[in-house]
Design a binder for this molecule. Structure first.
Ligand code: ATP
Ligand code: MG
Length: 687
């Protein structure tokens, strides 16, 4: 580095420096949580740009769009500090799926794909699979055929791992194995339907990208258009993504990947730690950089995290993976393991702790509450509202999954692509007097799926199709036709949303019991649309980077107000806060009951816990309710006993301070004598 450049990167340690200064060729940064992997990757982008690499020729792949944005703005500041005139604005950064979408639209006509393809989100894909199953009359009369959610997840797993259907079913879904042939037929039909309708699902984006990158001639051109490819969170990429990276690097081998095998938590989506371990074989001559100093967490927190890593099967099997993180910050509170009477007690204690920390100077935004599964936070959310503590939740019900949002998006989609049968099927059934049967008849009359309807004629077609309907249904269909016609004439996508929302108001009031908040959500959708330049762009963004929740869409409660973060552990990957409160660290919650059978899945849950424990900078509080209530209709409440997670036993537990009752037995009130004796005693008085 010359001296200016040196100043811009002066905050890095020498191993990080090596990685940033590393010239051309493959580079693997393999390191534990909080050691500065992401920071180093951002600095490397900055260094490349400052050195004169054309930013448009740098591809940066991240796990979320937010991560790409943050890395690029950090890189921008570093470039500015070097005094170089270059900017990082043109760096191609985003998730694998978003980049695939951009590249495919650019190259579509050269690979025989229509440029205006539509995107299916996960729910649409499942709906379409189900529609095809229905059309093929597969599983009619069979009772134990997998349901649509299961079919969709089987499909995703097969495609992403590229383990054949038969083998996947036998190993992962043995109860479905008897239907292998029928499932195969549904999947083939699903593929044909997507092609015929010009639709791509999430998995297609990667598959088409792979084909594009591997294609004779054109693939070299694509790969050759990037001088450098960089990937964050490589441990959570799948086989397909690794193949894409390899295909992109046939022209040169400038590729940097960073990751932590101990944080691999997407096995359920067929991500494979093997990618990171096999990287040096795929790219001969790989330089491996290891980072060990954590700049995030204090030593007491790292002691707990290190104890957990030592228990991991992968560490036990491969001692060379053993990582021991250390920090300069030796002092700090010891992580606390709180046992609580029950979930209400847990909520109350977390709220107390959150307010207490705020009192001590840690604002709410510097605190996060993490949990395994979104609904684990339900009771806490109630308590937070009761106490007026503002919060934002990540990773819950996705905004796009809400029925009313799906309705409005469906309307936009059928304007975008009049052949979108899912959108039609959904919207027509919202109309008075129209069920699935009439919806299908109408769709046929309109000509959905035949590729011939122009948006401008949609209104007329719809009106013609409705003539044989009963009066009320006809009126409803005509109303829709008018709204579609009006909307098609509007240029701005925000204006289109506004017009459709007007039409949707009465439908919403008729369909839902709570139309007011739903219509408010749609107003937010309009605000979001204002930031988009075109309808296609808007729809793509909604599918590729959906707002996390309806609350998230409105932004933080009030822009400059302090608010607490609630997040699933998966959505907290790569992030950090001063204080982290982890809920429900009980067996059955983490590891989740769903996974306790399979040792690989249990290991993945342990890595998930590791991700949670390595998020705090300063303070870690872990909560375990010792009793769970199950509300059972008609038969009163029952409770069952919670137990500290098996991952937090032994050496891990020894690194933590214990707060509250230590075991269930001591605290559970037990009836002296038996209930029968008491009942007898009560009755005895009567005789
Ligand atoms: P994760 O595994 O969770 O993704 P990571 O390895 O990507 O973590 P970063 O998020 O890059 O780690 O860094 C963790 C924290 O350490 C950040 O706050 C970052 O600014 C800080 N940091 C990284 N490197 C240094 C350094 N050399 N000096 C001071 N702080 C640093
Ligand atoms: Mg990171």
């Amino acid at each position: 580095f010359d001296s200016d450049v040196h100043d811009a990167f002066a905050h890095l340690n020498s191993a990080q420096h090596d990685a940033v200064a590393f010239g051309d060729g493959p580079l693997l940064i393999l390191a534990g949580a909080g050691t500065g992997k992401t920071t180093t990757l951002a600095a490397r982008v900055a260094r490349l740009v400052a050195d004169g690499v054309d930013p448009q020729r740098i591809l940066l792949l991240t796990f979320t769009r937010r991560a790409a944005g943050e890395m690029l703005s950090r890189a921008r500041r570093m470039v500015a500090a070097t005094g170089a005139p270059a900017s990082t604005g043109k760096v191609m950064g985003g998730t694998f799926h978003a980049i695939a979408n951009r590249l495919l639209r650019r190259y579509a006509d050269r690979i025989g794909l229509a440029t205006d393809f539509g995107l299916l989100d996960a729910a649409d894909a499942a709906d379409l699979i189900d529609l095809v199953r229905d059309d093929l009359e597969v599983a009619k009369g069979t009772s134990r055929f997998p349901r649509k959610a299961t079919l969709a997840s089987i499909y995703g797993r097969v495609v992403n791992s590229r383990v054949p259907l038969k083998a996947t079913l036998e190993s992962q879904y043995p109860w479905c194995a008897e239907h292998t042939e029928a499932i195969g037929r549904v999947f083939t039909g699903y593929g044909q339907r997507k092609r015929a309708r010009n639709l791509l699902d999430y998995d297609d984006l990667l598959l088409f990208w792979k084909v594009l990158a591997e294609a004779e001639g054109i693939g070299d051109e694509l790969g050759g258009s990037f001088d450098h490819v960089l990937v964050d969170e490589y441990q959570d990429t799948n086989a397909l993504q690794a193949e894409i990276v390899a295909a992109l690097r046939r022209t040169n081998d400038n590729v940097t990947v960073v990751g932590d095998d101990a944080q691999a938590v997407y096995g359920f989506r067929a991500a494979s730690v093997r990618n990171i371990l096999d990287f040096p074989q795929t790219f001969p001559g790989t330089r491996i950089v290891r980072l060990e100093q954590s700049y995030r967490s204090t030593q007491p927190i790292l002691d707990t995290a290190n104890a957990l890593v030592a228990e991991m099967a992968q560490t036990k099997d491969n001692p060379e993976f053993r990582k021991s993180l250390f920090s300069d910050r030796l002092d700090g509170p010891q992580p606390r393991l709180h046992t609580c009477h029950d979930e209400d007690d847990q909520s109350a204690r977390v709220c107390d702790a959150v307010l207490d920390r705020r009192e001590q100077g840690t604002p709410l935004v510097q605190q996060a509450v993490l949990f395994r599964t979104s609904h684990h936070a339900d009771l806490l959310e109630l308590e937070l509202s009761r106490r007026n503590i503002p919060y934002v939740k990540y990773g819950g019900l996705k905004f796009l999954e809400a029925a009313h949002v799906k309705d409005l998006v469906a309307l936009l989609r059928l304007l975008d692509n009049p052949d979108d049968e899912l959108a039609w099927f959904r919207i027509l059934q919202r109309l008075e007097g129209i069920g699935p049967g009439r919806a299908r008849v109408l769709m046929e009359a309109i000509g959905v799926g035949e590729g011939g309807v122009a948006v401008a004629q949609l209104g007329d077609r719809v009106v013609e199709a409705a003539v044989h309907l009963p009066a009320a249904a006809e009126r409803a269909v005509v109303g829709l036709a008018v709204a579609l016609g009006d909307t098609a004439a509007i240029d701005e996508v925000a204006g289109q949303v506004q017009r459709l929302r007007e039409w949707y108001g009465p439908v919403c009031a008729q369909t839902f019991e709570d139309p007011i908040p739903r219509m408010a959500d749609l107003q937010q959708l309009e605000v979001l649309a204002e930031q988009s330049t075109s309808r296609t762009r808007f729809l793509d963004d909604l599918v590729l980077d959906p707002p996390a929740s309806t609350g998230d869409l409105a932004g933080p409660p009030l822009l400059d107000e302090d608010y607490l973060i609630l997040s699933t552990i998966h959505s907290a990957k790569g992030l950090e806060w001063d204080t982290v409160h982890l809920l429900h660290a009980a067996d059955g919650m983490i590891p989740s009951d769903m996974s306790t059978g399979d040792p690989d899945e249990v290991e993945e849950e342990r890595r998930l816990l590791y991700v949670a424990l390595t998020r705090p900078r300063h303070e870690l509080d872990v909560y375990v309710p010792l009793r769970y209530y199950h509300q059972r209709f008609g038969s009163g409440d029952r409770h069952s006993f919670g137990q500290v997670s098996r991952f937090l036993q032994g050496p891990v537990r020894d690194t933590m301070a214990r707060v509250g009752p230590r075991d269930a037995e001591r605290d559970v009130p037990v009836l002296a004598g038996t209930a029968a004796d008491r009942v007898d005693a009560l009755l005895d008085e009567l005789w």
